[in-house]
Design a protein around this ligand. Structure first.
Ligand code: 5GP
Length: 199
């Protein structure tokens, strides 16, 4: 697979949101393989690791008190409560990466995305919402993933329906019908964003 790198004076953020089970993690993994100058922001969370998740790689797993301290110390760029747990984006690594001309992907929920859009210069944020083909497909994907209980799946589907309503607030929307096409569509939108903002 190709690895495209660009030289920029100032980097930017790709704020990527999608309902749970929409394939966001796979899309992000593929994008990172294709662009050596893109990196993922590793969020902090108070939820427990799922099987196979590694601390410091998938998330930084912290206690509720630990996350509160980070918030109070101004160490988070944004934070939000999602599905009964707190999540947040550590500020320092993101700002350092932007200063080095990198593109940082934030896979965060709609509340966090709104906070980033409000708090940062428009030139620094490309916001993209990935839409599932349908709510039915989304439910099937969550059921096949087998990481949530039926009650948790119902909750995520309910939340997805709310999140989809927020899609129009994003600069771009992409319909995830197949992963390869979605990856390309995200790349196209990012190119559009970069062309518009200039170098
Ligand atoms: P999961 O627990 O399934 O990994 O993630 C649940 C939700 O939390 C997803 O919508 C994910 O995008 C969101 N999320 C993950 N990290 C962050 C973060 O740092 N900030 C915010 N606001 N949401 C996050």
């Amino acid at each position: 697979m190709s690895s495209k790198a660009k030289v920029r004076k100032e980097g930017f953020l790709i704020v990527l949101s999608a309902p749970s089970g929409c394939g966001k993690t796979t899309v992000v993994d593929r994008l990172l393989k294709r662009h050596s100058d893109w990196q993922r922001s590793v969020s902090v969370t108070t939820r427990k690791p799922r099987a196979g998740e590694k601390d410091g790689e998938d998330y930084i797993f912290v206690s509720p008190a630990g996350l509160e301290t980070m918030k109070a110390n101004g160490e988070l760029l944004e934070s939000a409560r999602v599905f009964d747990h707190e999540y947040g984006t550590p500020k320092k690594p993101v700002l350092e990466a932007i200063a080095k001309g990198k593109c940082v992907i934030l896979a965060i929920d709609v509340q966090g995305a709104q906070c980033i859009r409000k708090g940062l210069d428009k030139r620094l944020v490309a916001s993209i919402f990935i839409l599932p083909p349908s709510v039915k497909v989304l439910r099937e994907r969550l059921e096949n993933r087998n990481t949530e209980t039926p009650a948790q799946i119902d909750k995520r589907i309910e939340a997805a329906q709310e999140e989809i309503k927020a899609a129009s607030l994003y600069e771009f929307t992409v319909l995830n019908q197949n992963i390869e096409q979605t990856v390309q569509d995200v790349e196209d939108r990012v190119r559009q964003f970069e062309d518009k903002r200039g170098k």
